[in-house]
Design a protein around this ligand. Sequence first.
Ligand code: CA
Length: 231
Amino acid sequence: MAHLLIVEDDELLRDGLSAQLMQAGHRISTAEDGQVALDLLQAEPFDGVVLDLGLPRVDGLTVLRTLRQRLPALPVLVLTARDGVEDRVAGLNAGADDYLTKPFSLDELQARLQALLRRANLPSASASDPGDGNHPLRLDAHLQRAWLGQEAIDLTPREWTLLDLLVRHTGRVVSRDEVLSAWQAVPGETGALASNALEVYVHRLRRKLTGSPLNIRNIRGLGYLLEMSPE
Ligand code: CA
């Protein structure tokens, strides 16, 4: 069970989402505009957020950017009414983990959300969950700690943020910009970054993952991709 926040101004859709996700066993809070969402996010911890982009008072992209500064690892599924590529790119750049374009089926939303929660390895990721439950890495977003099998990996805050991004996007490319903007939100790391800092951190992370089936691949000109070699 996860505690989820649904941010949607369309009452019918909000109620439909709530009912569906409650039936799936989750605890649900709802917000009808961006300001209420920010207030709730400030007040209590959530395991995941479903966020509409077109919202009254404070728009969804602003909510996303604001929450990312404090909660870099919180899984966020963005809903967009518009099919524009710019919207999706803006959403992903602002820190969305996935997006759905309206209209979508509630079953698809639930499946995507479950995948996000599993990747974030929150309490809902029980052993009985089908899918990628055999990931050799375990990440605890609240403690910001990672384990490879039974062994804890010693990570600096920036390394943790990088690894978390890669894991949440396993099988998808994470761009340089995504990493650099996630790093801006890392507390206690104020030093200026050298131009090759990302390469240095990737190199260090690769060393710490040695011996596991995980590999960080450099996709020239695009970014990095976390791959799992078949056993
Ligand atoms: Ca809306």
